[in-house]
Design a protein around this ligand. Sequence first.
Ligand SMILES: C[S@@+](CC[C@H](N)C(=O)[O-])C[C@H]1O[C@@H](n2cnc3c(N)ncnc32)[C@H](O)[C@@H]1O
Length: 240
Amino acid sequence: MQGVTPYNSKDSKKEQVAQMFDNIAFRYDLLNSILSLGIHKGWRKDCVKLLREHKPKLILDVATGTGDFAIQCAQLDPEKVIGVDISEGMMKFGREKIKKKGLDKLITLEYGDAETISFPDNTFDAIVVGFGVRNFENLEKGLINLYRVLKPGGKLVILEFSNPRNGFIRWAYNFYFNKVTPFIGRLFSKDVRAYTYLPESVKAFPDNERFTDILKKLKYTQTSFKSLCFGISAIYQASK
Ligand SMILES: C[S@@+](CC[C@H](N)C(=O)[O-])C[C@H]1O[C@@H](n2cnc3c(N)ncnc32)[C@H](O)[C@@H]1O
């Protein structure tokens, strides 16, 4: 996964990922809706529902991008939601959206790298990550740091693409991801690599049981995953 980078350049994966998201930020929300046919919104809602019974007061949205997951978390009636990301370009659009919705007192977005964010230990009641972990430069380092800032008993909910197991679905998914997505992505975003990096990074991502095994290895408890939409995405849950 570390080997799959957006531009195959000499820059670190982190620098390339931040640059790529800066490049496509102005079209990110539109392309998300077109390419997923709007399904991604329901997936974030499903994730947030899982947190309802825990009544989290302080929530961290890692890899917040344009802030959709943070905005969805406002439904939980928390005291504060903090979104962090390494792409200032993405957060600029997120901040505008949050302000328009009148949520700027509740939600703040700030620069932060999952692998090095320096919040004190045991700070957050819940952490969410939407389509972010696949892009980490060092997946385990990021997950270890999230564990550190999660309160004991706190919940981690991760939404990420996965590789469907069913042969026909996998064929259709690969066709869509390898042919349709790059074509539409190129048309709207003008970043040729961004939407070919997407299927490459999904393919390289250790999904389903492989991901829950990593969470267990890193001391997370109560780990589970639920496949969504014939296995094209999954919600992962874990506790500290
Ligand atoms: C596909 S976007 C997802 C945005 C948003 N969470 C959503 O659900 O639409 C992935 C985001 O992960 C961010 N990202 C990648 N690596 C990161 C890291 N190490 N720390 C924080 N953010 C990161 C990127 O900058 C990008 O904004």
